[in-house]
Design a protein around this ligand. Structure first.
Ligand SMILES: Nc1ncnc2c1ncn2[C@@H]1O[C@H](COP(=O)(O)OP(=O)(O)OP(=O)(O)O)[C@@H](O)[C@H]1O
Ligand code: SF4
Ligand SMILES: [Mg+2]
Length: 326
């Protein structure tokens, strides 16, 4: 890959749309604009949290970065290499640098494969290791995530949810990727094991230097692990800031509303002064409101908000905010 010290991920104006084409006799359906032109750079060893309500486009963007979904426009560079339009061979090569951890470990693991076969599969498929060396590497990977080498012979149903997510993490790290996209990695887990898995992700980052894009709708989870936070609303980023700035001084009315929704028990998250209540449903991404897409729910909205879309602009403390009045 090009520059070993360059960013692991660079997104430029990435848009992902669904539908719009009818069948042979059907009229075209509405275009669902799930992701609408986003820019993001993630550095080595950095954790960026991507937050927003259900349906705002977090998983669509994640899937697009790993190549499960094609963008309609924009550029995606992984470790300096362009993913969009790359041929299959190059894509395959690039993809080893980006792995994904999904919400439900039970759905990510083949119930008929042993844990050892599952964790070793990427190494075997790419010819990185075989035979005794493969077995040894699988043992190391299992140990790294807090399991034991002898667990390799067991099947997924013989583990708890938290242990299964450890297996998924071991497999994601097998090829030593530069970036792991964690899409709600603790949401399906028992509250009692969430902190253990988050601590494991942090410890693995310290050891390997891996970067994370950490997707969550839960601000109290991301504040434990992220360096930076990005807030998404209807396919666009509306606020972006380093963790300290973000939690000390959230600016966008949508961000403030998300913070108000966090339970009172989290005093740091609750520091925002006035409470903004998020009213109404998220509008459909097939019919995005004009101007600022948040104007239909925003307590600060004025006439300009429905007419002119605010761009992300830098603030004195370094935060980027897309709002006419914040
Ligand atoms: N394959 C698809 N075809 C059509 N629409 C889709 C498809 N995948 C996602 N969408 C739509 O795109 C929008 C964004 O979905 P996405 O799954 O990215 O949201 P999300 O932010 O991950 O939500 P959640 O927090 O619930 O996981 C939603 O309106 C969803 O219905
Ligand atoms: S631009 Fe207007 S509608 Fe959008 S968040 Fe700011 S105040 Fe609210
Ligand atoms: Mg999702």
């Amino acid at each position: 890959m090009s520059d070993p010290n360059g960013p692991v991920l660079e997104l430029k104006d990435v848009a992902v749309h669904f539908g719009g084409r009818g069948g042979l006799f059907a009229s075209p359906g509405p275009v669902v604009k799930a992701v609408n032109g986003v820019d993001l750079t993630i550095g080595r060893g950095e954790t960026v949290a991507l937050v927003g309500e259900s349906g705002c486009g977090k998983s669509t963007l994640s899937n697009t970065i790993v190549g499960l979904q094609a963008p309609v426009s924009g550029s995606i560079r992984v470790a300096g290499e362009e993913v969009v339009g790359a041929d299959r061979r190059k894509l395959n090569d690039i993809r080893r640098h980006v792995q994904m951890i999904f919400q439900d470990p039970a759905l990510s693991l083949d119930p008929r494969s042993t844990i050892g076969a599952t964790v070793g599969e990427p190494l075997k498929v790419r010819g990185v290791a075989k035979g005794e060396a493969l077995k040894q590497r699988v043992g190391e990977l299992l140990t790294q995530v807090g399991l034991r080498a002898e667990h390799a012979d067991r099947y997924p149903h013989q583990f708890s949810g938290g242990q299964r997510q450890r297996v998924v993490i071991a497999r994601a790290l097998a090829l030593e990727p530069g970036l792991v996209i964690c899409d709600e990695p603790v949401s399906a887990l028992d509250v009692s094991v969430r902190a253990q898995i988050l601590n494991l992700l942090v410890a693995l980052q310290k050891r390997t230097g891996v970067s994370y894009l950490f997707v969550s709708h839960d601000l109290s989870v991301v504040r434990h692990i992220c360096d930076r936070v990005v807030v998404m609303y209807l396919g666009r980023f509306v606020e972006m800031a380093d963790r300290a700035t973000f939690f000390a001084n959230p600016k966008h009315p949508y961000t403030r509303a998300l913070m108000s929704a966090v339970p009172q028990a989290d005093p740091v998250v609750q520091r925002g002064k006035e409470r903004y209540v998020l009213s109404g449903e998220l509008p459909s991404p097939a019919n995005i409101p004009s101007g600022c897409a948040f104007h239909t729910r925003c307590p600060l909205a004025t006439e300009i908000c429905s007419q002119v879309r605010p761009e992300l602009t830098p603030r004195p403390d370094g935060a980027l905010v897309a709002c006419h009045h914040a």
